[in-house]
Design a binder for this molecule. Structure first.
Ligand code: ATP
Length: 344
């Protein structure tokens, strides 16, 4: 659907060359929900603006449905842009127009009759679950409702792909969930390809099938979401993932010397990360029985990601030193990652 090849983008600021995208190559397939995650300033917005031709790469090519859009004339680009919808963090609605007027805006020169426009907008309002708001003004809507209007407006020309630039960053967690749920529905029911630009790994976890991590203009890690979450290679990716799991909080508990993780002499504090194949095994009871060690679960966090369980446990092991060593050896053989966090 969209492919970038060796995209470089530099801006000249105060006569200085500022590289923002450095050799970005990626491929977004039809029908997928693709996440691009990075901290502020990583170049995410610049990259999506290249996807719809608002920015022109300094070097490299961008293909939309097989057609290289770099170097197209502006009228050709306008035709491409009609197939690409976009939504933003700040919704970008016209305050002086009603919901109906905002959604109808991109149809201005479409040649559709009044009745056709009315029908299309009625359908869209049903789709985004705002049938009773057609005559409301943006100031009368909540943030989530404004984003639903923006989504309806982005879909009015029946685009093939929807670009979402931090679309939930201004929303509270509950509203974020409902907007992500809507995006999932649009992907499933309309077959809409969706690109999600975000700095929140929880958003990627919630709806994306694939993810690329962008850092200082470079893609440093990529893959399907389950593989990236279960086995992140880069420190930055790990730090993004830690924000989505309660297991990350164990480090704070150790640093603050919480009684929850205080160890007696000989005890070990372990973090065990599960994978799909291992999650159903009765690990704790097995090692207790087999190696005669006591395993006290401090806390656990197992979530379902892309339909597969992922997560782990923080455990205190106690017993004879040799028994703990053998139990640890067993766990290491069976589980994707075992980290000894502390010794008693
Ligand atoms: N038109 C421009 N002229 C000069 N510099 C720009 C321009 N657009 C973006 N930049 C710079 O490019 C860098 C990346 O910006 P970009 O908005 O793409 O990052 P981002 O990852 O989307 O971050 P944020 O979420 O904060 O917007 C920033 O340092 C920004 O100042």
């Amino acid at each position: 659907m969209i492919r970038t090849e060796h995209v470089v983008k530099t801006f000249i600021v105060d006569k200085k060359v500022q590289p923002v995208l450095k050799d970005v190559s990626l491929s977004i397939e039809k029908g997928e929900i693709f996440g691009i995650i990075g901290y502020s300033g990583a170049g995410k917005s610049t990259l999506v603006r290249c996807f719809n031709g608002i920015e022109k790469p300094t070097e490299g090519d961008i293909f939309f449905e097989g057609q290289n859009i770099v170097g197209l004339k502006s009228y050709e680009l306008r035709a491409i842009r009609r197939k690409i919808g976009m939504i933003f963090q700040q919704f970008n609605l016209m305050p002086s127009r009603t919901v109906f007027g905002n959604i109808a805006l991109p149809l201005k020169h479409s040649g559709l009759s009044k009745q056709q426009i009315d029908k299309r907008i009625t359908e869209l309002l049903e789709l985004v679950d705002l049938p009773d708001k057609r005559n409301a003004y943006p100031s009368q809507l909540s943030g989530g409702q404004k984003q639903r209007v923006a989504i309806a407006r982005a879909l009015v020309n029946q685009p093939k792909i929807l670009l979402c630039d931090e679309a939930t960053s201004a929303l509270d967690p509950k509203t974020t969930k409902s907007i992500l749920h809507l995006l999932k529905k649009l992907n499933k029911e309309l077959g809409l390809t969706i690109v999600v630009i975000t700095h929140e790994m929880s958003v990627v976890k919630e709806i994306c099938q694939k993810v690329s991590v962008l850092d200082k203009g470079k893609i440093i890690e990529r893959g399907d979401v389950y593989s990236v979450f279960s086995n992140p290679q880069q420190e930055l990716t790990q730090s993004f993932i830690e924000t989505t799991s309660a297991l990350g909080s164990v480090k704070t508990l150790i640093e603050t010397q919480s009684p929850v993780v205080q160890l007696q002499p000989g005890q070990l504090l372990l973090k065990i990360s599960y994978t799909t194949s291992s999650v159903s095994e009765p690990l704790i009871s097995y090692i207790s029985r087999t190696f005669h060690v006591d395993a006290n679960i401090v806390f656990g966090d197992i979530q379902i990601l892309s339909g597969n369980p992922l997560g782990g446990l923080v455990v205190i092991l106690s017993g004879q030193e040799s028994a703990i060593d053998r139990a640890l050896e067993y766990v290491k053989q069976r589980y994707v990652a075992v980290e000894v966090l502390n010794h008693g």
